[in-house]
Design a binder for this molecule. Sequence first.
Ligand code: FE2
Length: 536
Amino acid sequence: MPSDARILVVDDEPKICMMLRTALEREGYAVETCLDGATALERVRAAGYDVVISDIRMPGLSGFELIHRIKEARPRTVVVAITGHATVETEVNALRCGADDYITKPFDIAKLRRVVETSVRSQQLLGGTPDSAAGVALRTPTADAVPAAVAALAAPGAGAAQPLPLPAAAQDLLESNRRLEQRVAELITIQEITQAVMAELRLDRLLDTCLVSVGAATGARCVSILLYDAAEECLVVRARRGRDRRRIVGERCALGEGIAGWIAQHRVPLLIQCLDEQPVFRAMARNDGYDSGSFAAVPLAWQERLLGVLCATDKAEGRPFEERDLRLLLGVATQIAIAIENARQYESLQQNAFNALRTLADSFEVKGSFARGHSERVATYATRAARELGLSAEEIETLRQAAQLHDIGNVAISETILGRSGPLSDNEFSLVREHPLRSERILQSLGFLDAILPLVRHHHERWDGKGYPDSLKGREIDPMTRILTLADAFDAMTTPRPYRGTLDRAEAFAELAQCAGAQFDPRLIEPFRRAVGGLA
Ligand SMILES: [Fe+2]
């Protein structure tokens, strides 16, 4: 649109200033540039501009501060914030400081043109020239403000005072309102995804949450997350959702290989609306085996470190991904990266704590040499039986952890008692029978092993209800605990104990069968024998 509007571009990168100046002068605007916030503020105070386009991250006076002070000095100057670090917080902060609009690097020139044109029209609409500090504040109209503004323009005589014809002016305001409402909806979605992701500390669940929420927000039927393996310097598919045939969990790809590898290597977001118009990416997509014609994908990075790539493909009904989809992915990418980093650190802390407990449990087993390796063998037997019985991966992992730590409460019992070959006194026997509760108490205090607590507490319960500590009976005992009980007993039978001899495996299986329905769940005996019988 032809205009004599004066625009000031503020960015500490001369190349950006030059690029924006060239693009806007081509549109007929008078453009000046400035490389720092303090000088820009002086010039705004002295001269006044219709529009100021300012970077956020600048040395000295920051973009946030500059926007705030411009709005104090010349409230009717339209300010557009620009940044290369697009996050929800940045955007919200810019708007809070008074920015009227917001664009991100790398620039989409068409969008830049639209934003500036709308800003200039808004400026002209409410007065035409920048005001003084005493003037009336101009902000891009809010959802509430727009109807009132349009009504005011439609009032008798109002149009005559305006430099633009009424329909165009009203149209501008309605368009601004529409864009603002759309942006608010996007920010709400980003905030919802961020909240859901940040609430999850377990990496698997966190990634699942990402896949579901990103799929729902963008309409992508296939979403995948590849995490960067720094040791191998490659990407690994860590989670996927949808009918993306190419993305198999565990699959690796080198940096630069395929579309995800390209994004990881160049650390830039990618929006392909029509693959046929992008020969380079079309070739990559063919090699990857994609049949989707449109992609939106972003790198996941935190503190300059690459953590992975988030890819969305195959939008519903064959529609192409749009700019708003990429904006949404960019809006959540940093938060997802932070959440992944947090989850990894949390898992690492948990693993360290778990390893320390295992060391403690092992030291007890070494102390009472009759039981050396007991917990690890029980874990092997129990997990094999669990697989045979078709338990889920999560249940198998719970069972493994419970088996490894089920007797940790024995650390409180003296070696003399545990190694006694003769009969125990009543007091000593009571002490031994307390070890499931002691184990539970030790693990309870850590707070992240809640899933294994019932297994640990009840691993000496019996099918007939004559066990301890709670005398649970039959199906009152959790199925995983029944497996643990069986594995525990099998290892006790097949390893030397001070109070009785050792059975060979055949004798031990016969003993288990003998105790079916009394000590053990009868339906588990045969699957257990199948799972464990082949072990050396
Ligand atoms: Fe035990």
